[in-house]
Ligand binder design. Structure first.
Ligand SMILES: [Zn+2]
Length: 234
């Protein structure tokens, strides 16, 4: 029996590898863990202080936008574990890993005491056509995990993506800003005008997308407050 069990485990490993998404070692605990214990211990995190002006708060300030809090949990390094985590969430169809990291990040945020006064969590929206193709919006999945642990409601539809813009992966900040201008719209502004929104995205690269979203909300609701969370800072 043991022989048969091993045999079928090996076969299923070949068809669908039971290995750590970062270092590739065999996962004894099962592939739903994504990472081996060593990689779970050692993935790269930011050392952002919520009180000091971290890179996200500074970036917004340089654009003339004052935000309440800004935070990124992971430090994105190419070829490192964080890249594997983000690629699995975004490109390799593992939305559940996004939810999982939303929850993990929220535990850290609770410990730091940030985002306490947030009223609603707004994930950066995806254009409906693109979302249909991918099957899910990764920012929404991360926001779901945050919402559960921070105990703050998720509000979809307040921010809407109205233009299906080109991928920004290879663009600089000026190009990204031009690309994302007029791509978003704010809805239901009357009833939410003085609320505190936490805008959530997967990666903060130049900040152009998150800044555009913040500007759209502030233009529609000058009394609202904005906080920013990105799962990773590139
Ligand atoms: Zn590993």
């Amino acid at each position: 029996m043991e022989f048969l069990r091993r045999f079928f485990t090996d076969i299923s490993d070949i068809i669908c590898p039971n290995s750590c998404i970062s270092c590739g070692c065999h996962l004894k605990a099962g592939k739903e863990n994504f990472l081996c214990p060593n990689c779970w211990e050692n993935y790269e995190k930011t050392d952002f202080s919520p009180d000091a002006e971290n890179l996200i708060i500074q970036s917004f300030k340089s654009e003339g936008i004052n935000i309440v809090h800004g935070y990124a949990f992971l430090k994105f390094d190419k070829k490192e574990t964080t890249q594997k985590i983000l690629h699995n969430i975004k490109y390799f169809r593992h939305p559940e890993l996004g939810v999982k990291f939303g929850r993990i990040a929220a535990l850290k945020l609770t410990e730091l005491g940030v985002f306490k006064t947030v009223d609603y969590i707004l994930p950066v929206p995806m254009h409906p056509e693109k979302q249909k193709k991918r099957g899910y919006n990764q920012a929404e999945k991360i926001a779901e995990g945050l919402s559960e642990v921070l105990n703050k409601p998720l509000k979809l539809g307040v921010l809407e993506k109205i233009k299906n813009i080109k991928s920004q992966t290879r663009m600089n900040k000026v190009q990204r800003r031009a690309n994302s201008a007029n791509a978003f719209k704010a809805n239901r502004v009357g009833e939410l005008s003085d609320k505190h929104f936490l805008i959530v995205d997967d990666v903060f690269t130049t900040g152009a997308t998150l800044e555009t979203c913040a500007k759209v909300l502030l233009e529609a609701m000058p009394e609202c407050k904005i906080s920013i969370f990105a799962l990773a800072k590139a």
